[in-house]
Design a protein around this ligand. Structure first.
Ligand code: FE
Ligand code: FE
Ligand code: ZN
Length: 303
């Protein structure tokens, strides 16, 4: 199984990301090339990239499976503020160039939010923007993430994703990233994953799936909320998630955990711990650990 989590891209850039992924026992990872909520970006350091690639080779991490995530603030759907819209286009273009310079093949993108304009118009704005960004020479594949439908988010229905895909000229440079929490919140029953796969195959085609975000959900089915829960501690539950990630048809697809850090809701936020090392063990062993949260605290407090 190709499994990892989102990791940070800090001072050591990709090298730091690789080290973090290895510490979780992962064989892939997902990163933002800077803070996800802002657009301040440092230049890619080639030496660090080379060192990172060497470390990846030594640890059997195939760069083809490594995923980049575009920042949330990029919104290609709304063009009421033309300057913001143009900025989003330019920014995403640059982000893709950064991926190309590192050698990353996939970038995940939230399609966008319509905020105050009609949904179809908003979808057409996304298509227009993506056709400006993705050209014949683009080497990166943009993956549209299935969204929960929070607020005016687009891409919470497979029909919308299909509409977007159909509008892109360079059709082999566009794909889909499933997010299990978002799908649950959007009203797709993850407990009946075979039916979902059939529906996806009929609507879009399974070959378009290039990445899966593996998250449990803090909210009920069809709640349109988007709050991730730790694996086995949410609405989907452990068995449902196992059933999804071991689906034979999705075997070669990278699975990325984006579950919350432990202690995020504690008063003392200084002490938050990543759950990924322990969640990956659970998923590999197919054995739920009801004591997961305490085990993680104990591990990181003592290490
Ligand atoms: Fe996302
Ligand atoms: Fe996600
Ligand atoms: Zn989410």
């Amino acid at each position: 199984m190709i499994i990892g989590s989102h990791v940070s891209f800090g001072k050591e850039q990709l090298l730091g990301s690789v080290k973090e992924a290895i510490s979780y026992g992962a064989n892939t990872f997902m990163f933002y090339t800077g803070a996800p909520q802002n657009t301040i970006r440092k230049d890619i350091n080639e030496e660090l990239t080379l060192e990172a690639k060497k470390l990846m080779m030594e640890n059997n991490i195939d760069i083809e499976n490594v995923i980049c995530h575009a920042p949330y603030i990029v919104n290609l759907a709304n063009n009421l503020d033309e300057r913001k819209y143009d900025f989003s286009i330019t920014f995403l273009k640059n982000e893709i160039a950064r991926c190309e310079s590192i050698g990353i093949k996939y970038i995940v993108l939230h399609p966008g939010s319509s905020v105050g304009i009609e949904r179809t118009t908003a979808l057409n704005n996304i298509i227009f923007a993506l056709n400006k960004i993705i050209t014949k020479d683009t080497k990166v594949v943009v993956l549209l993430e299935t969204m929960a439908g929070k607020g005016t988010e687009l891409g919470c229905k497979l029909e919308e994703i299909k509409y977007l895909l159909d509008g892109i000229n360079e059709s082999d440079k566009i794909g889909v990233c499933l997010d299990t929490c978002h799908l649950n919140d959007a009203g797709y029953n993850m407990g009946e994953f075979e039916s979902f796969i059939e529906l996806f195959e009929k609507t879009i085609g399974l070959e378009k799936i290039k990445c899966i975000h593996v998250n449990d959900s803090k909210n009920p089915f069809s709640s349109h909320k988007d709050r991730h829960a730790n694996i086995g501690f949410g609405t989907l539950g452990f068995d449902t998630i196992i059933n999804i990630i071991y689906n034979e048809k999705l075997r070669s697809i990278p699975k990325i955990l984006e579950t919350p850090y432990i202690g995020e809701n504690d008063e003392d936020k200084e002490r938050i711990y990543p759950p990924y090392k322990f969640e990956i063990v659970m998923l590999k062993d197919k054995k739920f650990n009801a004591n997961l949260l305490n085990d993680i605290r104990d591990f990181y407090k003592n290490n």
